[in-house]
Design a protein around this ligand. Structure first.
Ligand SMILES: Nc1ncnc2c1ncn2[C@@H]1O[C@H](COP(=O)(O)OP(=O)(O)OP(=O)(O)O)[C@@H](O)[C@H]1O
Ligand SMILES: [Mg+2]
Length: 252
């Protein structure tokens, strides 16, 4: 029997549902098979995607934990559930870029796609679907009372450390870690940890420097056939974890 049966749903977004756990310090994150892009304008369902993204999140969060970077991970439950620490999510997206691509190049065209960014560029975006997640700086964040100076400094520190750990890890797998997005939540006053998720939907991961072979969501964004998109998720599972996905998971 599924562990979410009869549980109270406390939040639902485009790709996950959050349920109450018996332990008030924990929540149950259920990864859906839904895939969206363009602020939810484009929407489809891909069998097995919830499994792939939950498993990759668990896999990468474990890597970060081993490197001393705190995440919400408590336990993974096959196929598509993560038991997480209950945290107060901050309405921010923290992006870190090693190579110029996507939104950065659109916004600041003097950066060319594929150009190395050294030191890496860290950006904050205020989460608001109506406003299309506008970029904000550290002063805006404090003026908005969204996070304290100490929390902002923790977010920058953990983001840059996570970047080093992941960049190194992916390089060993022969992959180019272009950029990624993480979200933070407050565990206790003035103390944030990495929440939400970390997988192919929240990063650009290239096999070649021109970005023409990639293990991320850009194929879906640019209109690839759904079957091709599904294959990319399965390939991402294999290249990131070095493991074979389970048939039962892919069919879930
Ligand atoms: N550990 C956690 N504790 C409580 N809520 C969490 C936790 N991790 C993630 N969430 C929340 O789960 C919700 C659902 O996630 P999902 O990614 O589907 O949302 P979304 O569609 O990206 O939209 P949004 O994040 O803007 O609500 C989000 O509101 C997210 O902040
Ligand atoms: Mg999300």
């Amino acid at each position: 029997m599924s562990i979410i049966k009869g549980r109270q749903l406390i939040a639902e977004g485009k790709t996950k549902r959050v349920y109450l756990h018996d332990d008030p310090d924990k929540v149950i994150l259920y990864f859906k098979n839904d895939i969206t892009a363009l602020d939810g304008l484009k929407h489809d369902v891909i069998t097995g995607k919830g499994y792939i993204n939950a498993y990759i999140t668990k896999y990468l969060f474990e890597k970060l934990e081993k490197a001393g970077i705190p995440t919400q991970l408590v336990e993974y439950v096959f196929p598509n559930i993560i038991i997480a620490k209950k945290i107060q999510m901050l309405p921010l997206e923290v992006v870190c870029r090693n190579i110029a691509a996507g939104h950065l190049v659109k916004r600041l065209p003097f950066f060319k796609t594929g150009q190395q960014l050294n030191p890496p560029v860290v950006e904050f975006f205020y989460k608001s679907d109506e406003l299309h997640d506008p970029m904000v700086n550290e002063y805006h964040i404090q003026a908005l009372r969204v996070a304290s100076e100490r929390e902002i400094s923790q977010m920058k520190d953990y983001t840059l450390k996570a970047n080093l750990v992941l960049k190194d890890f992916f390089a060993k797998r022969g992959l180019i870690f272009v950029d990624f997005k993480i979200e933070f939540g407050r565990l206790t006053a003035d103390n944030v940890i990495i929440g939400d998720e970390l997988n192919g939907d929240s990063m650009r991961l290239w096999a070649t420097l021109d970005g023409r072979r990639a293990f991320d969501k850009d194929g879906y964004r640019s209109g690839d056939a759904l079957e091709r998109v599904r294959e990319t998720y399965i390939e991402a599972f294999k290249v990131i974890t070095g493991e074979e996905p389970l048939k039962e998971g892919l069919e879930s």
